[in-house]
Design a protein around this ligand. Structure first.
Ligand code: SAM
Length: 318
């Protein structure tokens, strides 16, 4: 059986020892030279206590946006990195490990529960080069011109004041530093909003259609996001926009999905007066179920946009 071992230097690592403590990959760097390969890089056991809590908790949603960012990330040693709007921190953890222990990742997010979760994961895995900072991105508290790389997966579409956050990015970034951001765009779940608007129009509620339109428009377009980044003092060097589809067996499956209820339903409900919520959503569920019966499933389009920019060398804003 594969096991962890965490032993004092010069002790033989037994590959059949029982597992008792979490692996700490970067423990005691100073004595690393004296350790065998397997002492420096202990195997992680699939039976490790606690693994079931921390393994594979990342929602498919967040991971769907990140492949291009990771593929193009300027991974290097001794880098200072910020993960802005890090959430529960899968990207912070990934980049910290890829860059190695001589790099430092500041994982910034004002959401206390996510901070707590990330700290627990860091502790469990034994990662010491990530510092969790519970702060709003408009004021990170980091030194000016101190950061080599800023990453943000699905951050900018969630920041209340994206322009201010981007100006803070400019302040903390070294001249020439890289900014990598992903977001979804206007057009997110357009099939859902089309059904919703049709329902509201059928019931002569143009007043509510207007609210939906405003909500849909709050997401950026590729051009508007590029403009925000540019205005904050970064030069776009690469961008891309693609789509993927999420399929649901019907409307009930969509509304029952845990992540939809966490990340979307509260916003959708907040669009309407309390007195209208029940009829709107139960009628919409019926409508989506009917659509799904006709076509076998209900699918929504998810636009994925990636932006890469370099901080202008001029220390002041353009
Ligand atoms: C969709 S989540 C993405 C989380 C993470 N990057 C991921 O890919 O899983 C958006 C995150 O942005 C955070 N956020 C919202 N406003 C913020 C702000 N002003 N500054 C920093 N983070 C913010 C939220 O708390 C949330 O964790």
């Amino acid at each position: 059986m594969a096991v962890n071992c965490r032993m004092p230097p010069n002790t033989q690592c037994s590959l059949s020892a029982p597992i008792t403590t979490p692996t700490r990959l970067h423990d005691k760097l100073v004595i690393m030279d004296h350790l065998s390969f397997f002492e420096r890089y202990p195997i992680v056991s699939a039976n490790q206590s606690g693994l079931s809590v921390f393994y594979d908790e990342l929602p498919l949603w967040s991971s769907s946006f990140v492949p291009e960012l990771l593929e193009r990330a300027p991974i290097s040693q001794n880098a200072t990195i910020v993960d802005l709007g890090c959430g529960t921190g899968f990207l912070s953890i990934e980049i910290a490990q890829r860059c190695g222990p001589n790099s430092k990742v500041f994982a910034i997010d004002p959401w206390p529960i996510a901070n707590e979760r990330l700290r627990a994961k860091l502790d469990f895995i034994g990662i010491e080069n990530v510092e969790v900072i519970q702060k709003n991105g408009i004021d990170t508290g980091l030194d000016a011109a101190s950061v080599d790389l800023i990453v943000s997966n699905l951050g900018i579409n969630n920041f209340e004041e994206p322009d201010r956050v981007l100006r803070e990015c400019h302040r903390i970034a070294k001249p020439g530093a890289c900014l990598q951001m992903t977001t979804n765009l206007v057009g997110n779940m357009k099939e859902f909003y089309a059904e919703l608007n049709e329902l509201l129009r059928d019931r002569n509620r143009e007043d509510l259609v207007e609210r939906v339109s405003k909500h849909v428009a709050h997401r950026g377009t590729s051009e508007s996001v590029e403009q925000l980044i540019d205005q904050a003092g970064f030069r776009i060097v690469h961008s891309s926009a693609n789509n993927f589809q999420m399929h649901f067996s019907d409307g009930s499956a969509l509304f029952g999905h845990w992540f939809i209820r966490l990340a979307f339903l509260p916003d959708w409900m907040s669009l309407f007066p309390t007195a209208d919520i029940e009829w709107i959503f139960s009628s919409l569920e019926d409508r989506l179920n009917t659509r799904a019966k006709e076509s076998g499933r209900f699918s929504v389009t998810i636009p994925v946009a990636y932006f890469e920019a370099l901080r202008n060398s001029d220390p002041h804003l353009p």
